[in-house]
Design a binder for this molecule. Sequence first.
Ligand SMILES: [Fe+2]
Length: 174
Amino acid sequence: MIAQSLKLFSRELDLFGSQILNSELLDLFNRIPITRDDLEPWTVFDPKGYTRTIIRRTFEHELICCGWLPGQFSPIHDHVRSRSFVNVIAGEATEYLFDDIQGFAKLNLVRTLTRGTVQGEVGSIHRFGNAPLNQDKLVTLHVYVPPIAVDLSNPNVYAGGKVYEELPATMPAK
Ligand SMILES: [Fe+2]
């Protein structure tokens, strides 16, 4: 059964449509809190890697629940043309933010996102996950506007966009 909070959240997303402002979406997360229990049917943990479970997808947006065991991280990626929003539902997330230097990712910032954090990412290149020394599993709720096209014919397009290699420390950045 779908939790009332998720029904309300989805209805609001539909009403706003693809033109929803970043501030309206961030406000939506705060107005309609979604709990770990609400996401239970879509919360999956896999020792082989983090999981992404689509809760709902329309032509305008998609709502995804991710489960991360300690030590599990995404690759470094962008989100193509989608705006990306995240709400940390349980645990603590670690995010590495990168700059694109001639097609390689150069680390710019590392930050932790505590439970309850709501954040929008527009045009960022990042690596997201659950730090190895964390005790708790991480559960995150993501909204992408529009949905991220997954192009199975293009190995560079994975779970959200272009996958980057980190700029080797020995390579001088111009
Ligand atoms: Fe991402």
